[in-house]
Design a protein around this ligand. Structure first.
Ligand code: NDP
Ligand code: OXD
Length: 315
């Protein structure tokens, strides 16, 4: 009997609300395995790989022979906030489709903010003919906090349509064709330049509440904010106060501390806030299946997965 014969034969898929094609396609790729979409249908000791999005606490710890935790998304903050089985590799997705949709969203809203669409829409609602002079995108600096897979692609795309771009990340990025700052000591230099600030950071102990009263007090006056990272990067009250005081001119919010955003939350009808329901981007089997299948095959062969997450780093 080979090592492969001794290992379990169940793949658990737990991602309520995702595309129904996921478990079907995984089953096609692994015909000799049982793909369970319900934890209750799986024999815990037989599960070798768990493909998950926000699994309930305790579920993964109950699988003693697990070899891979594959997240069907890019962010792992929720997953890492659970107790997880020791030593089981965790992989996140780097999905070209997710990158492309996120880039569209950031580009679309950066263009709309650059062309002062919130002011024009307000003027229309009030039946005011308000001529706002259009300016070239070079005069608008889009600052991206988080120059990872998503942030870097957004930066390239924004540059290609003519925006001035600056970035900020944890480690220094060399040889980029736009200025990039690194670490807390250089955050102010970044903020002094950005007319539109895009949050594409993971939620970690270091980034939680980064956009607080102090942060907002030192942004360029009248800057705009786009948050597509995670809701907890931003302190809600501080954001509302900064908008009301005119420190910020508008905020585009796709992610929230509590999702769905509670119906009585003040963000819903704030005149300077645009709310979208965490749909700036999403992962699809058409562009991400190969990576999931490849990682399961690697796990079965005893190899580390692609796009492995470092739990100590938090992303
Ligand atoms: P990556 O891991 O590829 O990139 C993260 C970036 O953030 C890196 O550049 C990293 O710096 C930087 N970073 C992390 N911690 C810090 C810190 N303390 N200070 C400064 N920079 C920091 O992630 P992705 O680009 O794939 O995704 C980013 C986030 O976007 C996800 O974690 C998720 O929360 C969110 N997301 C939201 C979606 C939505 O639908 N709204 C969809 C998908 C993702 P360094 O390069 O030095 O490591
Ligand atoms: C993700 C997300 O992290 O959808 O993939 O937010």
């Amino acid at each position: 009997m080979t090592a492969a014969d001794k290992q379990g034969r169940t793949i658990l898929f737990h991602s309520p609300g995702s595309d129904k094609a996921w478990p079907v396609e995984i089953q096609k790729a692994f015909p000799a395995f049982k793909v369970c979409t319900q934890f209750a249908d799986a024999e815990p000791g037989d599960v070798v790989a768990a493909v998950v999005w926000n699994p309930p606490p305790g579920m993964l710890e109950a699988l003693p022979n697990l070899r891979l935790i594959q997240v069907v998304g890019a962010g792992v903050d929720k997953l890492l906030s659970n107790h997880l089985p020791e030593g089981v590799p965790i992989a996140r997705l780097v999905d070209p489709g997710l990158v492309a949709r996120m880039t569209e969203y950031v580009l679309m809203h950066s263009l709309a903010l650059h062309r002062q669409m919130p002011d024009l829409q307000r003027a229309q609602r009030e039946r005011r003919w308000t001529y706002l002079h259009p300016t070239p995108p070079k005069r608008t600096c889009v600052g991206i906090l988080g120059l990872g897979v998503l942030g870097m692609n957004c930066a390239r795309s924004l540059s290609s349509v003519g925006f001035t771009v600056v970035g900020w990340s944890k480690s220094r990025k060399e040889e980029l064709d736009f200025p990039c700052y690194a670490g807390p000591a250089e955050l102010d230099q970044f903020k002094q330049q950005a007319d539109i600030i895009v949050l594409l950071l993971p939620l970690t102990e270091e980034t939680e509440n980064l956009v607080d009263e102090n942060f907002l007090a030192t942004v360029k006056k009248g800057a705009a904010l786009i948050n597509v990272g995670r809701g907890k990067l931003v302190v809600d009250n501080a954001l509302i106060e900064a908008l009301d005081a005119g420190l910020l001119r508008h905020a585009i919010l796709d992610v929230f501390r509590t999702e769905p955003l509670p119906v009585d939350h003040p963000f819903w009808d704030h005149p300077k806030i645009t709310v979208t329901p965490h749909n700036s981007s999403s992962t699809h089997p058409a562009t991400a299946l190969n990576q999931v299948v490849g990682n399961i095959r690697r796990a079965l062969a005893g190899e580390p997965p692609q796009n492995q997450v470092d739990p100590a780093r938090g992303y």
